[in-house]
Each structure stands twice: as C-alpha cells, then as structure tokens.
Design a protein around this ligand. Structure first.
Ligand code: NPG
Length: 369
C-alpha cells in the first residue's frame, strides 16, 4: 500500500473533570490526530503524548517535530507490503519516540485494514466481540468524593475499578473502598510515586485483595520492581517501564512484575503491541489494555487490540462519556453490560465527526512526499 498524504491536526478537548495522578493533573487535553491517505482510502491515528513530559519524556510538541522532520518523510510516497513494514521503517527512522511512531503506525494499520476490506480487530487477530471495561479514577479531594465516584462507576457496570495512589493517598482510600465494595475487582496505580524504601508500606496493601498494583516504582526501572515483587503478595503490573518489546522481554526475564499493561500508543504501535502480547502469552503473563485519555479515535484502536486472546483482564477502555461531553467519533463508545463492543466495520470501524474535529482544531498541517 502506498502512503500519499498525512494530515497532522492538533485538537483541544476538555475532560468532564480534572484527572489527577501522582505525576500531575490533566483537564484540557491537546491531542495530535493523524489522518492518513493512501490507495484512495482515509485512515486515522492518534498520538498519546501529553502536553507535559511528566508521564513520559515525549510531549505533543516533540511528537509533532519528530513526525514532521523524520517519521513522515520516511514513509510518504513509499509503498509498503503491510502496516508491519511501515512499523519497521519508522523504527529505523528514529531512536526512541515510540508515541510519535505509534501515531503514524496505528494509522497505517487502519489503512491496511480498510484496503483489505476488513476490521482492524480482525486484522490484529481479535477473538472477542466485546471487551470488558474498567475505569480509572484520579486522586480526589476527599475520601467521600472518591467513594461516591466508585459507587457511580460500579452502578454503571464497569467490571473493575482502578484508583490512582500516591504517598499520603494510598492505604486509607483503598481501605475505605474495600469496606464499601468488598467484592468489586479493585486495583491501584502509583505512576512511579514510590521507591524500594517504601516496600514495607506497600506490603500493607496485600490485605485488601487487590488484583494488582500498577507501576509503583521508577518509570525506567525493572530491577527494583523485581526486588519489590518478591516482597509483595499483590501482583505488580508494569506500565511506564514497558516502552518496547525488548523492555518487556527484560522484565519477564527479571521477574519485574506478573501482569503487563499494553498501551499501543506507548510502545510504538500495534506491531510492537502484538509482539508484547505474544511474548506475555508464552510466559503465562496476563495483559490488559491501558488508556491515555484518548479521544474516540485512539480508543477505537485500543478496543480492537484489547479483543485479542491474551487480554484477559478488563482494561482502561471506558465509554466516551466517561471522558468527554462530546467525542470526536459519532456515535461514541457506549458501555453495554460492562463491555465496549468491538467495531466490526472497515478499519477502526468508527465514524469520525469531521465538522466537530474541524471545530476543535487549533492547527492542521498537510505533509506530502
Ligand atoms: O481511561 O484512558 C483512560 C485513562 C487511564 O489512568 C489512566 N491513564 O497512568 O495509565 C495511566 C493514566 C494516564 C493518563 C497516564 C493520561 C498519562 C496520561
């Protein structure tokens, strides 16, 4: 397939409410959207990089620079056998910058699926018609507000609750939720807020029957996670530190965790996600699909991936209305019996609301060979 044209667009979307995690607070999202044309078909991708380098080193602005200067020129006007070949070309074009690569790479998968007349989910190897959904709840102002949020999402049908923790907001919030919701699948996400010196403190979480504790230690760390996992009964789930398939192989070898969060936008795209999915399956490690407060475009990619067989735990694949008053896809994703349906139409299988996208755009740039 030939890639003729890439349009980069920065859109601004406001979340219903501020989303606070240990490394910062997000309310207004500025999201880089990719529109790719080739073979007479239009395909879509989304960059998960944030405005600030607090979750990862990449930002919206570094991604734009890297895409415009090195990545787009490496694929524009060229013909590829498959999206996997596009992924390889992008990997050769720059070191690192997986979020920038993923934005183009995932659009290329959408393009390939549409050219083949199949859904992205089917192209990736999906086996499920719907994916069980979890919801991620940011750090709240007070414990009653937290419990109220949890109650609301449990009532909506979400299959597991994840709460963000940080030093000073960990044992008590978990204890409070467990008290009210003894049987709800519950996990915590620390976003790298602790060190190995906190091991005894974190071990206090073992009494609450959590399904996992996500990324307690450093964003790049594998060794201390391995040492911590030996001291915790609760499985550690790795997120930030799994930036590529190679890092995942190292983590498995070291025993850095027992569960892996795959975000295609974080690891370089779908080809890298498939490699991680397969190596985890072989190692007996369950995976689930994370989220980065994506618009409906990025979410559609995530939902397609989450339908693969190794994704045995509910992901951060929540319904559109959990994030936005109005999504950039129409209709948005709707929770049905605690699941999001996996789109079956061509490619990502959702309709982009072009007028709304245009209305929310701060700028658009067109790149050609
Ligand atoms: O539902 O998309 C979602 C958000 C899930 O908690 C979530 N994401 O650390 O995984 C994370 C966190 C995040 C969001 C991180 C935005 C960075 C930016």
């Amino acid at each position: 397939m030939r890639i003729d044209r890439i349009e980069l667009r920065l859109i601004a979307l406001r979340l219903h409410e501020p989303f606070r995690i240990s490394s910062g607070t997000t309310w207004d999202r500025r999201i880089l959207i990719v529109r790719m044309e080739g073979e007479g078909v239009v395909a879509w991708g989304e960059c998960v990089a944030d405005e600030t380098p607090h979750y990862a080193y990449e930002t919206v602005d570094t991604a734009r620079l890297v895409i415009e200067t090195w990545l787009a020129p490496a694929i524009l006007g060229r013909t590829f056998e498959s999206a996997a070949a596009v992924a390889a070309a992008l990997e050769r074009a720059v070191r690192g910058h997986p979020m920038a690569r993923a934005a183009l790479e995932m659009a290329a998968w959408d393009l390939e699926a549409r050219v083949r007349g199949t859904s992205l989910a089917a192209l990736l190897g999906a086996v499920r018609p719907a994916v069980p959904s979890g919801v991620s709840i940011g750090i709240q102002q007070s414990l009653p507000e937290l419990v109220d949020r949890v109650r609301r999402y449990v009532e909506e049908g979400y299959r597991r609750i994840k709460i963000k923790i940080a030093p000073g907001w960990d044992i008590e919030p978990v204890a409070r939720i467990r008290d009210r919701f003894p049987d709800t699948p519950l996990m915590v996400d620390a976003n790298s807020a602790y060190t190995l010196a906190d091991a005894d403190h974190l071990a206090r979480l073992d009494t609450f029957g959590l399904t996992m504790i996500e990324q307690p230690l450093g964003v790049d760390d594998l060794l201390d996670h391995a040492l911590l996992q030996r001291r915790l009964a609760t499985p550690i789930c790795l997120d930030e530190c799994i930036s590529s398939p190679a890092r995942c192989a190292e983590a498995i070898h070291l025993g850095s965790g027992r569960i892996v969060n795959i975000k295609p936008g974080r690891v370089g795209g779908h080809a890298a996600s498939l490699r991680i999915h397969h190596m985890c399956a072989e190692a007996g490690i369950p995976v689930w699909c994370g989220g980065m407060l994506e618009s409906g475009i990025g979410r559609a990619h995530n939902v397609a991936l989450a339908a693969l067989p190794g994704f045995t735990l509910p992901g951060d694949t929540s319904a559109s209305r959990r994030y936005w008053a109005r999504d950039v896809i129409d209709p948005g994703f709707i929770l049905e019996d605690g699941c999001l349906p996996v789109p079956t139409g061509p490619g990502i299988g959702v309709d982009v609301d072009a007028p709304f996208l245009a209305a929310r755009s701060e700028w658009t740039r067109t790149l050609t060979a």
